[in-house]
Structures are given as structure tokens and as C-alpha cells.
Design a protein around this ligand. Structure first.
Ligand code: F7E
Length: 320
């Protein structure tokens, strides 16, 4: 079986590649050209001899066509995205081109070149915006009213995937993944930003940490657990969408308390708020109901919130 992963050099792409290789898949992936290739490929450098990578871009239809014709994959995992929500307010058009038009490019190429393959789209809890069901959870039926250019683009892509499934009878599916982190998370996302800064502060290398909104809540899982869910969703015989979440929610403030406390520090003495990290519109509360994927496939996260945070702290302790 051949897998083709866009966004292979990202957090999820790297864990997914490891998982697919373990299962005997041939793994192919697309990477974007960057001026410092070492940075771009740092998460997959250890897999270099086992995977095959191609330069391309979801915004460049000719590159997708060329790669799909050559690889002829059995499964396409479309993970490529401009994945930073706050930055999407600064570059809304680039975000929409990549996260919405890019997905349409992928779907059109898939429909024309390898329609018998399966297609997975990395959809996001950011699509819900501030909608919450009466019981305090978001689920597949919760209305979607995104509050960021990122979320709006992801919702367009989500709708395109459902539309291609229905209109052209393609096996194209969405995984609506809530936040998922790891030591491979870029350090401008809040979990790893806090873990890194707290370790720097505990070593006397930094005094303060500037953050944005401390009162938003997120449902944070581990990327390693979530790539297993992704694989279950796309290998399901029925083409259907699933929510992947832990069902637990914590505020950014609680996250700060937990991380600093694990290092014997009082977070309130080190955190300051900086306007530059506040979003023009904020998604305030996320808590996902992942009962359908748990009941159908027996999927459940192996990491707890605490064990994930501990792993991230250990990573920074080793590096600093
Ligand atoms: O922010 C608050 C911020 O950037 C989490 C992406 O994977 O998950 C991720 O999007 C919360 C927000 O992730 C800072 O306002 C406070 O409320 O880590 P984040 P995100 O925006 O939730 C979804 C599901 C995706 O699909 C996305 O691709 O933390 N916050 N102060 C901050 N956030 C950041 N980044 N930096 C701060 O200084």
C-alpha cells in the first residue's frame, strides 16, 4: 500500500509517516521549498532513507498532478496547511489559498488521476468558532461558525470534501481534530511556547513570558494518538467524518499553572500579557465529543494531558 502525505514535514506528517512505515506502507510525501532545508526537514530527517519526498505545493496544481501521476497512491493524507490561527489574520489570502483553494486543487487532481484512492482531509475544531452544544461539547452536528481566516478556509475545504464524496462517489473523508501537541509542535503554538519558556526561566535564562489571551479553553491531545485516529478514519470501509478529541478542556491560564508548577515555579510571577498575541476575534472554548470514533474503532488516547506536558518539558530540559 502506498501513502502520499502533503505536509509530511510537519508534526502530524512526521508521526504519521513513522506509524505507516511500522505498518509496512510505502510512504511518499510532499515538501515545500524553503531557503533553509535543515529547518524544513528536521522532523523527518531520521526517516530520510525510508520515505520518498517530492518538492511541490498544494497551491501549484502542476506539482500535485506530477506527483500523483508518479506515485499513484492508495491513500492521500492532505495535511498541508498554513496552520497558525493568529497568523491567519495577518495573511488571510495566503491562508485561504493554501487551506481552501489548495484542498480544491488536491481534490481535482485526485478525482482526475487516482479516483480509486482514499482521501483524508485534516479538518479542524477551529471550524466550530464559538458554537457549543447545550451540554458543553462540540460534535459533528454542532453548527460551524468560524471566527478566523484559518477556520473559514478550513470550513470551505471541509465542505468541498463532503461535496466531492457525494457528487463523485469518492472515498474522501474529514477528521475534525481538536488541538494536538507534542515535542514536535512549533514553539509559536501556546503549549510548546509555555513549556520552552518555563524551562528557560527555571534555568535563569529568561525572566518573563509574553502571552495573549489566558482565558480561552482548549481540548488538547497528543499528535501521536491523533495520527492513529486519522488512519482509522481513512481506512474505515464507510466514507464518513469523525471528531477526534480528548473530551477534557483546560484554559491557557491552567496550562501555565501546571507547566510552571511542575518546575517549582509560580506562573503569575513570570507571565505578562502582550497585545500582539491577542487575536482580533477569539475562539473561547473547545471541548470535543469523540464518542463515535471511540465506539466504532475502540480508539482512545494513550497520553493524558499531564503526560503530554511532562514529555514536552523533558524535551526542552534536554535541549536547554
Ligand atoms: O492557541 C491562546 C490563543 O496557537 C491556543 C492549531 O493547530 O489548534 C491550533 O490552533 C490558545 C488560543 O492553537 C498565546 O489565543 C494565548 O486561544 O496554540 P494555539 P489554536 O489557535 O487553538 C487548531 C485545532 C488548529 O487546527 C490549528 O491549526 O492559546 N494564546 N497566548 C496563545 N496562542 C499562541 N499561539 N501564542 C500565545 O502567545
Amino acid at each position: 500500500m502506498k501513502a502520499f502525505i502533503t505536509g509530511i514535514a510537519g508534526q502530524d506528517g512526521s508521526y504519521l509517516s513513522e506509524y505507516l512505515l511500522e505498518m509496512g506502507y510505502e510512504v511518499h510525501g510532499m515538501i515545500r521549498r524553503q531557503s533553509t532545508p535543515e529547518n524544513q526537514e528536521s522532523r523527518i530527517a531520521h526517516l530520510e532513507s525510508k520515505i520518498k519526498t517530492y518538492y511541490g505545493d498544494v497551491k501549484d496544481r502542476s506539482s500535485i498532478d506530477r506527483i500523483l501521476k508518479e506515485v499513484q497512491p492508495d491513500i492521500i493524507y492532505n495535511l498541508a496547511a498554513q496552520s497558525h490561527v493568529r497568523i491567519s489574520f495577518d495573511i488571510p489570502q495566503e491562508t485561504f489559498q493554501t487551506n481552501a483553494v489548495g484542498v480544491l486543487n488536491m481534490l481535482e487532481a485526485y478525482r482526475g488521476i487516482c479516483p480509486n484512492a482514499r482521501f483524508y482531509q485534516a479538518s479542524s475544531s477551529e471550524m466550530f468558532g464559538n458554537s457549543v452544544d447545550a451540554d458543553g461539547y462540540q460534535r459533528i452536528t454542532t453548527p460551524m461558525h468560524p471566527v478566523s481566516p484559518y477556520g473559514i478556509a478550513k470550513l470551505a475545504a471541509y465542505n468541498f470534501v463532503s461535496h466531492y464524496r457525494n457528487a463523485y462517489k469518492l472515498h474522501a473523508v474529514n477528521g475534525i481534530l481538536f488541538n494536538h501537541e507534542s515535542e514536535r509542535r512549533a514553539s509559536n503554538f501556546v503549549t510548546n511556547k509555555i513549556c520552552k519558556a518555563a524551562v528557560m526561566i527555571s534555568n535563569g535564562l529568561q525572566k518573563e513570558l509574553a502571552l495573549g489571551n489566558l482565558d480561552s479553553f482548549r481540548d488538547w491531545g497528543h499528535s501521536y494518538d491523533y495520527v492513529r485516529a486519522i488512519h482509522k478514519i481513512v481506512t474505515n470501509d464507510k466514507a464518513e467524518d469523525f471528531v477526534v478529541a480528548t473530551g477534557m478542556t483546560f484554559s491557557v491560564r491552567q496550562l501555565c499553572y501546571i507547566v510552571f508548577d511542575k518546575l517549582g515555579l509560580d506562573y503569575s510571577k513570570h507571565i505578562k500579557q502582550d497585545e500582539k498575541f491577542i487575536r482580533p476575534e477569539e475562539l473561547k472554548y473547545l471541548r470535543g465529543d469523540s464518542k463515535p470514533i471511540r465506539e466504532k474503532f475502540g480508539w482512545h488516547p494513550q497520553y493524558t494531558f499531564e503526560s503530554m506536558i511532562e514529555e514536552m518539558i523533558e524535551y526542552w530540559k534536554d535541549r536547554i
